[in-house]
Write a protein that binds this ligand. Structure first.
Ligand code: C2E
Ligand code: MG
Ligand code: MG
Length: 725
């Protein structure tokens, strides 16, 4: 091997003589520039001393002229011993006659024309032998035929060979047997090896793949990806690259593959080939696409969910910041939707939601975004509004989908919705704030009577902050006894004798003074705070009524009427709370009436009626409050059968008295009487109103004409009294 290196040396090749006989290569010639010590050519001398093999330089007479340090180390003889010895000294006598017979002597004795490798025993000190490979390489020096003998220990050679074989085996196992699809490609990017997993992945056999580049099975649009990666690898810009591309399998199926390309180089850094390790990620991608879709969409309506909506909104704001423009966010909330679920079940409720989503989609512009952001809440993003009225037009268009009833399982639903609208522009940047403002505007829409849209204004934000502060203060008020119950007498209109009291909550705020219930009750209703307020009202009112029952004649014991909010009917503890209050205070159930407004009763008829039915069986009364202000469905009135209907003050003391109003009032009184219910008129303020009601035959009444709400102690003094009018 070392010989061949000497022969291939380009610097020496040009110096070869032309006499090449029998196909053999002529010996190299060295110049006459010799080392002054041993008379060897200087260039040879230098080479010999740097080589890591044993070297003997033998002259034309077969005499060792130079033995290098490695040969000294291999044989154990000193260089003094070796130099000047005939070359046969290096070979034990018996081996010199071995086959090929006497070759070694013959070669050395001037007839060696070409390089020869011989395996032989090398003679060493103390009678030892060492199996070596001797590479004989002739050269011409000073007109004589000299020989360089390169001697290498066979044990070293075998070690190197075994290592190579083992490495190759390991690579084959790692490559062929690898579960991951692998391929090797040459510098032209043509496949030179592929493993079985690769063939299975692309559906082509080894024979079909070898010699081709990846274009054979790469999705046409993705060919550029591998070409670019190859270009960069060849240019040395990347050693390793990872990219994703699509393959078209032989059966036509398109798959996604993650490709890792590594460049293989030799020890001098020369690029040799490329190794590819690949991964079919089709399933992974499909799954992750499904998961991404699921995490960003509402499963019921398939609309975008809140997270996706927020993302789209932030993109829209970014676009507007770059190019300018105005848009709107509309938050739509269905009015009293809970009632549908309670009355008809969730399956029908779900179908209604899907139908609503479908209609909203029909009126949505393709450039806009629609999302379902909560149970009965939808968000709409309108972009590129051109005129100031555009936001109102969008709002009206969305609300128009509720104009026609929805028919689900044959049942018509008159569903309505309220909406908060926020207009944004290029300077808006906070998505969360925009949606929060839409919520504030929605609150205003609900408060203004629902079934409408309200456009957000900064004052609303202030009011919202105020509301928030008030809720915090209300929480503190509960624990610091700022809340108490007052009682407004209810009189029998024929005699004006007190027959009951309506319990009304009062908040005496240390700085704000008296805060009206119309302000704080709706706030409490937005959280669980109303449950605590409700419990306070029930416990205090029942306790007060049990005290009144100890005053005077049992026949005149007044009842107490307590207002309940819709949310309290969702409280699983409501019934036990009432039972406990009655039991603890030893109050007869028929001395308690619960007041529910029409809208509360109708919002969730099924749930409310269940509880009212149960309480009625206990003997607790039920009054329908503010009658005439809600939907006033007469069929529901028959269904609910309240003990009392309370005609709203707006009928009793209207802003303008008119014959028409009187007719309406009389009609309501008559209706109640015909249904066998007690009719109570609220807010009687004048003698005239009182007389009119008496004429119509109204049974009960309350109002400032008789008394405002008074403290519990004040109420005790009115028990059984006849109040002046
Ligand atoms: P409501 O149940 O309809 O109560 C009657 C309201 O009319 C009371 O207002 C009462 O003070 C007022 N009122 C009585 N007579 C007259 C009158 O002659 N003229 C006028 N202009 N008003 C009269 P208040 O106490 O401000 O309560 C307002 C509403 O707050 C109540 O309306 C009720 O819906 C609610 N509320 C009060 N206390 C409670 C409570 O403890 N729980 C619940 N859930 N709601 C309550
Ligand atoms: Mg009431
Ligand atoms: Mg009322």
């Amino acid at each position: 091997m070392a010989i061949s290196i000497l022969r291939r040396s380009t610097s020496n090749r040009d110096k070869r003589p032309a006499n090449e006989s029998n196909g053999s290569v002529a010996p190299l010639e060295f110049d006459l520039d010799v080392d002054h010590e041993d008379g060897l050519p200087l260039s040879l001398h230098r080479m010999v001393s740097v080589l890591s093999d044993g070297i003997a330089v033998v002259d034309g007479q077969g005499v060792i002229r130079h033995a290098n340090d490695h040969l000294v180390a291999l044989t154990g003889f000193s260089s003094e011993t070796l130099n000047g010895q005939p070359v046969a000294f290096l070979v034990p006598a018996w081996d010199r006659n071995a086959s090929p017979p006497s070759l070694f002597d013959a070669e050395i004795s001037g007839v060696l024309n070409e390089a020869v490798d011989l395996r032989l025993e090398l003679r060493c000190r103390h009678g030892h032998q060492l199996e070596v490979l001797a590479a004989l390489s002739p050269f011409i020096f000073d007109g004589e035929s000299w020989v360089v003998i390169l001697v290498r220990d066979m044990r070293t050679i075998r070690g190197v060979e075994e290592h190579r074989v083992a490495t190759e085996l390991r690579f084959r196992l790692a490559f062929e047997g690898n579960m991951a699809p692998m391929a090797v490609a040459n510098l032209e990017d043509e496949i030179t090896s592929v493993n079985g997993a690769f063939c299975r992945m692309v559906g082509y056999s080894k024979e079909e793949l070898l010699g081709h580049d990846a274009k054979l099975f790469t999705f046409p649009d993705d060919v550029g990806i591998s070409e670019e990666s190859h270009r960069r690898a060849v240019a040395g810009e990347t050693e390793q690259a990872r990219y994703i591309k699509r393959y078209v399998r032989k059966d036509g199926k398109v798959i996604f593959v993650e490709v890792s390309r590594s460049a293989a180089r030799d020890t001098s850094g020369e690029l040799l080939y490329f190794v590819f390790s690949e991964r079919d990620i089709t399933e992974e991608r499909t799954l992750s696409a499904q998961l991404t879709h699921q995490s960003l969409h509402d499963p019921l309506t398939a609309l975008a969910n809140r997270a996706l909506f927020m993302d789209r909104l932030s993109q829209a704001l970014a676009r507007a910041a770059r190019r300018g423009g105005t848009g709107a966010v509309l938050l739509l909330d269905l009015d009293n939707f809970q009632g549908v679920n309670d009355t008809h079940g969730h399956a029908v409720g779900d179908q209604l939601l899907v139908a609503i989503a479908h209609r909203l989609e029909m009126v949505a512009r393709s450039s806009d975004s629609l999302a379902r952001s909560g149970d009965d809440e939808f968000l709409y993003l309108a972009e590129s509004l051109t005129s100031p009225e555009d936001d109102e037009k969008v709002a009206a268009r969305l609300l128009s989908v509720f104009d026609q009833p929805f028919v689900i399982e044959g049942i018509p639903f008159e569903q309505r919705a309220s909406m908060g609208v926020v207009v944004w522009n290029a300077t808006s940047s906070d998505c969360a704030e925009i949606v929060q403002d839409a919520d504030v505007a929605l609150f205003e829409a609900k408060r203004a009577g629902k079934d409408r849209y309200v456009i957000f204004s900064p004052e609303m934000h202030e009011r919202a902050v105020n509301r928030f502060e008030l809720v915090q203060e209300l929480r503190r008020a509960l624990s610091s006894n700022q809340l108490s119950m007052h009682y407004q007498p209810i009189v029998d209109l024929a005699t004006t004798r007190v027959v009951g009291f309506e319990a009304l909550m009062r908040w005496q705020h240390p700085e704000r003074g008296s805060v009206p219930p119309l302000v704080f009750i709706p706030l409490a209703e937005q959280s669980d705070l109303i449950l605590e307020l409700g419990e306070l009202a029930i416990r205090e009112a029942v306790a007060a009524a049990s005290l009144w029952a100890r005053i005077g004649d049992p026949a005149t014991w007044p009842y107490v009427s307590v207002n309940l909010s819709a949310r309290q009917f969702h409280d699983p503890n409501l019934v036990s709370l009432i039972e406990d209050a009655l039991f603890t205070n030893d109050l007869a159930p028929d001395r308690l009436v619960i007041e529910v407004t029409e809208s509360v009763a109708l919002a969730n008829v099924a749930e409310t009626m269940n509880i009212i039915d149960y309480l009625s069986r206990l003997g607790v009364g039920f009054a329908l409050d503010d009658f005439g202000t809600g939907y006033s469905s007469l069929s529901y009135l028959a269904l609910m059968r309240p003990r009392v209907i309370k005609i709203d003050q707006s009928f009793v003391s209207p802003a303008l008295e008119s014959a028409r109003n009187d007719t309406l009032l009389e009609a309501i009184v008559t209706l109640g009487q015909n249904l066998g219910l007690s009719v109570l008129a609220e807010g009687i303020e004048t003698q005239g109103q009182y007389i009119r009601l008496c004429c119509f035959g109204c049974e009960l009444g309350q109002g400032f004409l008789f008394s405002p709400a008074v403290s519990a102690d004040g109420a005790a003094t009115l028990v059984g009294r006849v109040l002046g009018t």
